[in-house]
Design a protein around this ligand. Structure first.
Ligand code: SF4
Length: 332
């Protein structure tokens, strides 16, 4: 059974004047101990997807329809107690910005104990304190006692991110959602943090959804990848296949535009901008930027087809003669 399955998920944001059609029928699955990558430009809806899974969208966000199945139970229909329990003991999330994830006026100890109290009810304060020390040690921070007595501003960016990882681990009994976990960190420590996350995920037998703009990192750390464009999953494939032989025009452009040390040419980026979510283009949302767009792309949303046993793509170029895969690229 899949650990997590998101089926045909639609999310909108409302402002006073406008409605933003952000997630447009997302389907995705994660198996036990599987590491899944989610790639795409900023604003593709990746963070919205992760927050929808945990139901922690900001007040303007609304899940319009779809299912989020956690071990077979739909979290969107489950009672609040069940969802809280999943947040306490099932799914942990590492947020993009370690500084905003930590409260500047409380010591690390108080913030970590708060999370642990939530996840380990019935434990005494001294038991929670030893758990906190153990977690701090597991993220390779020296002198856990000193770290626990520190305020966030007394730690470097890399140390704060390790604390945030420790907090996420406290509630990640089965799945870790890592949303750009190194975005605001110095390049020199990004690699250390990613290796640490990878090691902890493997050691603890967790599954992971890794959102990252660093395609090399996704290529190294994941088993399977989804490409997301403007609220749609447009391609799904095992990681080596997706990077060696991308099929969807958007995935191809993303990969072609990665700057490479061996090349003298800097990637020019993908021409055009992601669409305005208030008025997303009809048909394929990528058509205004796609070099292969033809008439049908402007009118009809491409459905997902299974192009091989483990690959699916949503593009008119591949749909001829193939049957629609219900839901999205990854339905069986
Ligand atoms: Fe390009 Fe058409 Fe495929 Fe969309 S459906 S990616 S516009 S070729």
């Amino acid at each position: 059974m899949n650990l997590l399955e998101v089926r045909d998920l639609y999310v909108k944001y409302r402002s006073y004047w406008y409605t933003y059609h952000v997630l447009d029928g997302i389907t995705l699955r994660v198996s036990p101990r599987e590491k899944v990558g989610l790639i795409g430009e900023s604003g593709a809806g990746k963070t919205t997807l992760l927050k929808s899974i945990l139901q922690i969208l900001p007040p303007q966000g609304r899940i319009v329809r779809g299912e989020v199945l956690w071990k077979g139970v739909d979290l969107l229909k489950a009672d609040k107690g069940y969802v809280m329990n999943v947040r306490r003991k099932g799914i942990g999330m590492i947020f993009q910005d370690p500084l905003s994830a930590l409260n500047p006026v409380f010591k690390i100890k108080d913030q970590l104990l708060e999370v642990l109290r939530y996840s380990y009810d019935g434990y005494s304060k001294s038991e929670l304190l030893s758990l906190a020390e153990e977690l701090i040690r597991s993220v390779l921070l020296p002198d856990p006692a000193r770290v626990l007595e520190s305020y966030p501003f007394q730690l470097s960016g890399g140390m704060r991110q390790r604390v945030v990882i420790a907090m996420a681990l406290a509630s990640a009994g089965d799945l870790l959602l890592a949303d750009e976990p190194t975005t605001n960190l110095d390049v020199t420590i990004q690699d250390q943090i990613l290796r640490l996350i990878d090691r902890l995920v493997i050691e603890r037998g967790l599954s992971m959804i890794l959102v990252s703009h660093a395609l090399g990192v996704v290529a190294k750390m994941t088993h399977r990848v989804y490409t997301m464009y403007a609220g749609n999953i447009v391609e799904e494939a095992p990681t080596p296949k997706l990077f060696n032989e991308p099929l969807h025009p958007y995935t191809k452009l993303l990969i072609e535009n990665v700057p490479r040390i061996s090349s003298r040419r800097l990637g020019e980026g993908i021409k055009g901008n992601p669409p305005d979510y208030r008025y997303p283009p009809p048909g394929c949302r990528f058509h205004p930027r796609c070099p292969y767009a033809v008439d049908i792309c402007k009118k009809v949303k491409p459905f997902c087809v299974k192009v091989s046993r483990d690959r699916r793509v949503a593009c008119h170029m591949y749909s001829e003669g193939l049957e629609k895969v219900d839901g999205d690229v990854n339905a069986n």
